[in-house]
Design a protein around this ligand. Structure first.
Ligand code: NAD
Ligand code: TYD
Length: 353
């Protein structure tokens, strides 16, 4: 039995990954360390409350005492580090919180792993979950990002993730800590907090609220269904090489306006009696995000050739599954939407746009 410390397991990708690991493997015991910030939701994993292979700890990755005591109490074999502040718009409003969690928090975890594992690295791994946003913005003719693309982050969020990636690499070069890093494109799917583009658009559209598109809406992202991200992490954990980085993406790059239009037509089809049909009439262009990256694209040849991974969902199938999930989980979404901190964020981010 491997004991794996998962940080940020109550967030969007972390909770999907815990579901995935417990579904497909029976040789893992999971310790989930999560501070339950606005983005963390314990209910995402309520069905594992009585599962003996799952243990939740409410705590902060920046708190050295908590992190060190987890390593000594549970004999941690592997770490999969998801915990982070993740929303670009929030990073523009409050950058220091991003530095604290994303940089200092990663440092505290690395140091605890180094001290706990000493020089005995066999069977150990520190896998760091990162983003393609560290590579910056592409022009329309630039080739896709790959593992050798120089870092050029533009937002406080991506800069803090870039700093954490460098720290992880440095622990490999300096101490030989067995690390891997994955840089993944935009995820979507069940349990994503409705401040990010796709769930925000679904949530607003079903309530007849405006669908705010930043600027001209022609910005491009690569989109990956979250379960495909989980299968990639699983492969890296099993077969990835220490010290290596892997780029992960969904092989599709729609503009923002294309993706929102696709969501509105899926809603038109699934909600034939909605008074807001056609939902596309709710689209509104609003002031652009400062420093908004224009285009991301990611080359997944390395993980495909070395580990045999490819995404399973295409954009349409993944979006349809996602819209259906949100329609079937309106209570989950209403609870999140009623959170007072969230309505304050929405007011601060959208009212004067
Ligand atoms: P999320 O915002 O949904 O969840 C973050 C989780 O981390 C929450 O459960 C939160 O409570 C927890 N957390 C925050 N600060 C913490 C702290 N100090 N101590 C302990 N826990 C803390 O994030 P997500 O979208 O699931 O992203 C997870 C990881 O994947 C992040 O590292 C992010 O940079 C990376 N990533 C995300 C995407 C995406 O599209 N969402 C794409 C590529 C990479
Ligand atoms: P987001 O989900 O915040 O992810 P990221 O900024 O990390 O890529 O945004 C995805 C894209 O959608 C990005 O180009 C910004 C844009 N966007 C809007 O146009 N309107 C919105 O209300 C939001 C939240 C995002």
């Amino acid at each position: 039995m491997n004991t794996v410390l998962i940080t940020g397991g109550c967030g969007f990708i972390g909770s999907n990954f815990i579901n995935y690991l417990l579904k497909y493997h029976d040789d893992f015991r999971i310790i989930n360390l999560d501070a339950l910030t606005y983005a963390g939701n314990k209910n995402n994993l309520a069905h594992f409350e009585h599962e003996s292979r799952y243990h939740f700890i409410h705590g902060d990755i920046c708190d050295e005492q908590t992190v060190n005591s987890i390593f000594s109490t549970y004999n941690i074999d592997q770490v999969i580090h998801f915990a982070a502040e993740t929303h670009v718009d929030r990073s523009i409003m409050d950058p220091l919180q991003f530095l604290r969690t994303n940089v200092l928090g990663t440092g505290v975890l690395l140091e605890a792993a180094r001290r706990s594992w000493g020089n005995k690295f066999s069977g150990h791994r520190f896998h760091h979950i990162s983003t393609d946003e560290v590579f910056g913005s592409l022009s329309s003719k630039d080739p896709a990002f790959n593992e050798a693309t120089p870092y050029s982050p533009n937002s406080p969020y991506s800069a803090s993730k870039a700093a954490s990636d460098h720290l992880v690499r440095a622990y490999f070069t300096t101490y030989g800590l067995p690390v891997t890093i994955s840089n993944c494109s935009n995820n979507y799917g069940p349990f994503q907090f409705p401040e990010k583009l796709i769930p925000l658009m679904i949530s607003n559209a079903i309530q007849g609220k405006p669908l705010p598109i930043y600027g001209d809406g022609k910005q491009i992202r690569d989109w990956l269904y979250v379960e495909d991200h989980c299968s990639a992490i699983d492969l890296i954990l099993q077969y990835g090489k220490n010290g290596e980085t892997y780029c992960i993406g969904g092989n599709n790059q729609p503009t923002n306006i294309e993706i929102v239009t696709q969501i509105t037509s899926i809603l038109d089809e699934l909600l034939p009696k909605s008074p807001y049909r056609p939902h596309a009439q709710l689209i509104q262009h609003v002031t652009d995000r400062p420093g908004h990256d224009r285009r991301y694209d990611i080359n997944i040849s390395k993980i495909h050739n070395e580990l045999g991974w490819s995404p399973h969902e295409n954009l349409y199938s993944g979006l349809k599954k996602t819209v259906i999930w949100y329609l079937e989980h309106l209570t989950w979404m209403n609870e999140v939407n009623q959170n007072q901190g969230f309505s304050e964020f929405l007011k601060a981010n959208y009212t004067s746009r």
